[in-house]
Design a protein around this ligand. Structure first.
Ligand SMILES: Cc1cc2nc3c(=O)[nH]c(=O)nc-3n(C[C@H](O)[C@H](O)[C@H](O)COP(=O)(O)O)c2cc1C
Length: 302
C-alpha cells in the first residue's frame, strides 16, 4: 500500500489525466478494457481527464485529431486544451459506468471560485481523491494558477474546508524561483499530494523553433523526462508533501527512477497513446518484482 497523505492506493502505478479518458477509457481503449488488456481496477489509481464546471470546447475538433496531437522524436505535442462537457455531464453520464474504487477526478476552471464549488459537489461521489489541475499549458487567457501563489493558497484553504476527499495539486515544470514561491504557498495548505509534471509548453522547451501545432501545445513523453526527474527531486528536498512523479515514464526502470528521485507514486500519460495497456503491464511487472523479493527473503525462524 502506498500512502499519499490521507490517500491510500494499492500500488504506485497511476494512469495520469488524459490517459484513460474520463475513467472508462477513450472509445478506442474500451474494447481493450472489455477484453482485459487494460485493467483500470488493478492500477494504483486512474485520474480522469480534467473537467471544468461547465462545458469547455478546448481545441479539439472531432474531424482532425492531428490539429491537437502530433508525434515528435521521443514524445508528443498535444494542444487538446480542457475539452470536456462539464462536471454535471461527468456525474450523470460517465461516473455511473466507471470503476470508482480507484478513481481520482481532475478538475480546473477559469474561475477559482468554481473550483471550490466543484470540490464540494464531488463530495457526493465515491471516488479516491480530487486533483486540482493548476497547470494546463493549452488554456490561453486563463489565469496561470501555478504562478499565482495567493490564489492557490485561497483555493486550497476553501477547498479543504468543504472537501470530504483528499486533495492533490497538479503542477507543471517551473523555474526555481517560481518553485520556491509555489512550495511556500503549498506548505501552508493541507494538501495530500502534488502531481508533477504536466506536459511542458512547447516554447518553454524549444524557445527557438515553432511548434508543429497551430495552438502551440504541450510536450509530453521522453523529451520531458529529465526535467520531470529534476523537479521531483527538488520538491522532495524542499517540501514535505508526497509526490506523484511523471513525465516520459514508459518502463519499469523509469518507475524506479522516479521513486528514487523522491516520488511516492508514478504517473504514466502519453505512453498510453501507442500502448494503451502500458500502465496495466507496469503493474504486473511491479507485482512480479515484489513477489520475487518475497520469495528470496529468508524465512523467519520461530
Ligand atoms: C493527450 C493528452 C491529454 C492530456 N490531458 C490532460 C488533462 O486533461 N489534464 C491534465 O492535468 N493533464 C493532461 N495531460 C498531461 C498528462 O497527464 C501528463 O501530466 C503529461 O503528459 C506528462 O506525462 P507523460 O510524459 O507520461 O505523458 C494530457 C496529456 C496528453 C498527452
Amino acid at each position: 500500500v502506498v500512502k499519499l497523505g490521507r490517500l491510500l492506493i494499492n500500488n504506485p502505478i497511476i494512469a495520469s489525466s488524459g490517459a484513460l479518458g474520463f475513467g472508462r477509457g477513450y472509445v478506442w481503449e474500451r474494447p481493450l478494457i472489455f477484453a482485459g488488456f487494460i485493467r483500470p481496477i488493478e492500477l494504483g489509481a486512474v485520474i480522469t481527464k480534467t473537467l471544468t464546471a461547465n462545458r469547455c470546447v478546448g481545441n479539439w475538433r472531432g474531424w482532425n485529431p492531428w490539429q491537437v496531437l502530433w508525434p515528435i522524436r521521443q514524445g508528443w505535442v498535444n494542444a487538446l486544451g480542457i475539452t470536456n462537457r462539464g462536471l454535471e455531464w461527468f456525474i450523470s453520464h460517465e461516473y455511473p459506468q466507471v470503476y470508482r474504487q480507484n478513481l481520482i477526478v481532475s478538475i480546473t476552471d477559469p474561475d477559482p471560485l468554481q473550483i471550490v464549488k466543484m470540490v464540494e459537489r464531488l463530495n457526493s461521489l465515491d471516488v479516491l481523491a480530487v486533483e486540482i489541475n493548476l497547470s494546463c499549458p493549452n488554456t490561453l487567457g486563463w489565469i496561470d494558477l501555478q504562478r499565482s501563489p495567493e490564489v492557490i493558497s485561497e483555493i486550497f484553504k476553501q477547498a479543504s474546508l468543504v472537501s470530504g476527499h483528499p486533495l492533490i495539486a497538479k503542477i507543471g515544470y517551473l523555474a526555481v524561483p517560481e518553485r520556491e514561491r509555489l512550495s511556500d504557498a503549498l506548505s501552508r495548505t493541507n494538501l495530500d499530494a502534488i502531481d508533477m509534471i504536466n506536459s511542458m509548453p512547447y516554447q518553454q522547451l524549444y524557445p527557438t523553433t515553432h511548434s508543429p501545432l497551430k495552438y502551440g501545445g504541450g510536450v509530453s513523453g521522453r523529451q520531458i523526462r529529465s526535467y520531470a526527474l529534476e523537479q521531483v527531486s527538488w520538491f522532495a528536498k524542499h517540501l514535505e508533501i508526497p509526490i506523484i512523479g511523471g513525465g516520459g515514464v514508459s518502463s519499469i526502470n523509469d518507475v524506479h527512477e522516479f521513486l528514487q528521485a523522491g516520488a511516492q507514486a508514478v504517473s504514466i500519460g502519453s505512453a498510453h497513446i501507442l500502448k494503451p495497456w502500458i500502465s496495466t503491464k507496469l503493474v504486473k511487472r511491479w507485482q512480479g518484482e515484489l513477489e520475487k523479493i518475497i520469495e528470496t527473503q529468508e524465512p523467519i525462524n520461530p
